[in-house]
Design a binder for this molecule. Structure first.
Ligand SMILES: Cc1cc2nc3c(=O)[nH]c(=O)nc-3n(C[C@H](O)[C@H](O)[C@H](O)COP(=O)(O)O)c2cc1C
Length: 350
């Protein structure tokens, strides 16, 4: 057993978190990680408030353990999804981008707020605002890590804030968990490792591509959804890099996402305007590009389309060689970390 501030604060068994991943963190995947003793996070940004509520209730049917939702705070549906999560008293609200306005409301029902940061300065700000814990994302991560690697970022943040830290980016085994704890984190969060599990719905074509990939086989660029992010090197991802950004395609995709999220036109325009003014969002352009990315991402996840789809994946993909259950992943990592920490400890003398 590894006890940390993270396991104590949440009353869970293991310092392991399933990172929120749009469309991938289904109620089944979330509940599997919770039932294995970790913390499962459901990404809600791709869903309407009604769908978010349905998925939250579905998770509760599958597990009685604490779980969380992950919501990007800029863009359509963010406020409504946070409102639903608060109404449903979701134990952990994990946000990224934007300023959390809901911390007191979450604390009022006993919930916890987890900020996601990739820059040390943002960690200090999030702690000052009242966040209970932080997911600290390194450059190795799938999707939106910034320029600092986990090796540099975790100890830096650990020396600047006092709240529990969850290290994300580059973690996939017990050696990584042991290292993260030593660097000052209280848990690890993993996306890529949990994509490669029995319970993950990602199409087998992409699971196989991931299994064949080395640590060199990811691409870091803003072509995928408008913000610098890391994806698996695949024919579709390479084609996107070559083609660059198409404004026409992005506007078409933004309208498609408006349809998927069931947004009335006035609301879509209003949200687009508020994003245009937002510091973090860089406006309509990000929204349009993010919509294009969403459609290609779905092609990979659902259809396994290697030519037109792309999948966010981290450098950790190079160290993952099997497709176990979530329970096996969690138990194997904790077991290996315990052994590593004990073995290293034995060689330390005063
Ligand atoms: C396919 C995929 C989709 C993701 N979608 C989201 C998301 O919707 N929101 C978010 O905050 N992070 C998202 N991420 C990033 C993860 O939350 C996490 O930071 C990252 O997976 C950690 O790096 P790792 O994959 O090396 O473990 C996604 C990651 C992947 C692999």
């Amino acid at each position: 057993m590894i006890k940390t501030r993270f396991t104590e604060m949440l009353g869970i068994k293991h310092p392991i978190m399933l990172a929120g991943m749009n469309w991938i963190t289904t109620p089944k995947l979330v509940a599997s990680v919770c039932n294995a003793g970790g913390l499962g996070i459901f990404a809600s940004a791709a869903y309407s408030p009604e769908e978010t509520r349905k998925h939250i209730r579905e998770i509760r049917k599958l597990t009685n353990k604490p779980f969380g939702i992950n919501q990007i705070l800029i863009g359509p549906g963010a406020k409504e999804n946070i409102d639903v999560a608060i109404e449903e008293k979701v134990p952990i609200i994990n946000y990224s981008l934007g300023k959390p306005w809901f911390i007191d409301q979450v604390h009022a029902y006993g919930g916890k707020v987890m900020g996601t940061i990739a820059i040390a300065r943002h960690a200090v700000r999030a702690a000052q605002l009242g966040c209970d814990m932080l997911a600290v994302t390194g450059h190795e991560a799938a999707a939106h890590g910034d320029v600092a690697t986990s090796m540099v970022l975790i100890p830096l943040v650990a020396s600047q804030v006092k709240i529990p830290l969850i290290a994300a980016g580059g973690f996939y085994d017990g050696r990584g968990l042991a290292a993260a704890l030593v660097l000052g984190a209280d848990a690890i969060s993993m996306g890529t490792r949990f994509i490669l599990t029995q319970e993950s719905l990602v199409h087998d074509n992409f699971k196989q591509l991931c299994l064949m990939a080395t640590e060199q086989d990811t691409l870091y660029s803003d072509v995928f959804d408008g913000m610098p992010g890391r994806a698996l090197k695949s024919p579709g991802a390479e084609a996107m890099m070559k083609k660059g950004f198409s404004l026409l395609q992005s506007v078409k995709s933004a309208l498609e996402v408006k349809r998927m999220l069931n947004l009335p036109l006035w609301k879509f325009i209003g949200l687009s305007w508020s994003m245009l003014k937002s510091k973090e969002g860089k406006g309509l352009l990000i929204q349009a590009r993010s919509a294009t990315g969403a459609i290609s991402h779905l092609k990979a996840i659902n259809e396994g389309d290697e030519k037109e789809g792309f999948l966010f994946a981290g450098q950790s993909v190079g160290g993952i060689h099997d497709i176990p259950t979530c329970k096996e992943v969690v138990e194997r990592i904790v077991d290996e970390a315990e052994k590593r920490l004990k073995a290293v400890g034995k060689n330390v003398s005063a």
